[in-house]
Design a protein around this ligand. Structure first.
Ligand code: CAA
Length: 285
């Protein structure tokens, strides 16, 4: 099961990165967005990232042009009819994802593997909207996708061994280290990362230290590239709250419960870097 033609649904933060690394690995990539304006925006993100790579001397202009030339954009799902793999990277909403996969199931040939980049929903809950449970996996990439070296490949109870192996091989083909996980809430990384991030907010709420000192503690004391509050701003406070609520619902354990401060910040629109303010103020920087 060689994967050469890849479809990516959604060209936001994650989708644009997935499309880019697949094209950099030599795959032909088709990206679907809801309208032309979103297609242009997505293309702009990839162009900007690769442009920076050229500036940094990490990529030649010729290679950049070749990568861009391997990516096409469409607003129609029918554009996925010839894909070996379709990766979904749209909004974290189960019903919307199920509708998408049910529609793709009628368009794509039997051999096409479906993958979701979900970070928090059950992969099996999406697979059950299709008639190809054996051809369905999770491919959970990390932000920023082109720079982070990991992909979690997730198998459901129904995923076939061949499809799982093909998905792992694809992860390696796009230059990632593969971690194999079963379809369990948070897989490996968020199972451990989310309680840690929530605990950093609890520490701030309890007045243990300032945000700056909590972050400095973990950066310099543990060698993390970002402190937890900085990472929360980077991932998005709304996104983290959403994931925490799903995990709390699944496990009913305190360590996944969102601290009141997180809810208050999200309620007031302080969602982190993308909104200009979270634990830190980005407008002033
Ligand atoms: N093209 C090619 N290379 C690039 C590049 C580009 N456009 N932009 C940056 N780079 C390279 C840099 O040259 C540098 O390479 P070297 O190490 O060889 O010098 C490297 O990438 C790092 O870039 P920067 O120096 O610009 O930035 P940084 O050192 O501040 O690192 C970061 C930025 C990679 C984001 C780092 O801060 C980091 O790893 N942060 C943690 C991110 C993280 O944890 N992400 C996961 C979030 S959780 C998630 O995503 C899942 C979920 O479900 C919530």
């Amino acid at each position: 099961m060689d994967i050469n033609k890849v479809g990516v649904v959604g060209c936001g933060l994650m989708g644009s990165g997935i499309a880019q690394i697949a094209a950099q690995a030599g795959c032909d990539v088709v990206v679907r967005e809801v309208d032309q304006a979103q297609c242009d925006k997505g293309q702009g993100k990839i162009d900007k990232f690769l442009g920076k790579a050229v500036e940094k001397g990490k990529l030649s202009q010729e290679d950049k042009d070749a990568v861009m030339g391997r990516i096409s954009f469409t607003t129609e799902l029918s554009g996925f009819a010839a894909c070996d793999l379709v990766v979904e990277a749209i909004i974290e909403n189960l019903e919307i994802k199920r509708e998408l996969f049910a529609a793709l199931d009628t368009i794509c040939p039997a051999h096409t593997i479906f993958a979701t980049n979900t970070s928090s929903l059950a992969v099996g809950d999406m697979a059950s909207a299709t008639n190809r449970g054996q051809n369905f996996v999770g491919l959970h990439f990390f932000n920023p996708v082109p720079l982070m070296k990991l992909v979690e490949v997730v198998r459901t109870l129904e995923t076939s061994a061949d499809v799982f192996d093909a998905a792992c091989a694809f992860g390696e083909k796009v230059g990632k280290v593969v971690v194999r996980a079963k379809d369990s809430p948070g897989f490996v990384v968020n199972l451990l990362l989310v309680p840690y991030l929530l605990d950093s907010i609890r520490a701030l709420e309890a007045g243990v230290a300032t945000a700056e000192d909590i972050d400095a503690g973990m950066k310099l004391g543990c060698g993390h590239p970002m402190g937890p509050l900085q990472l929360l701003d980077f991932v998005g406070l709304d996104t983290t709250l959403y994931i925490a609520d799903i995990m709390f619902h699944e496990f009913k354990e305190f360590r996944y419960s969102a601290p009141p401060m997180l809810r208050r910040l999200v309620a007031s629109g302080r969602n982190g870097m993308k909104s200009g303010r979270g634990f830190y103020d980005y407008a002033r920087k």
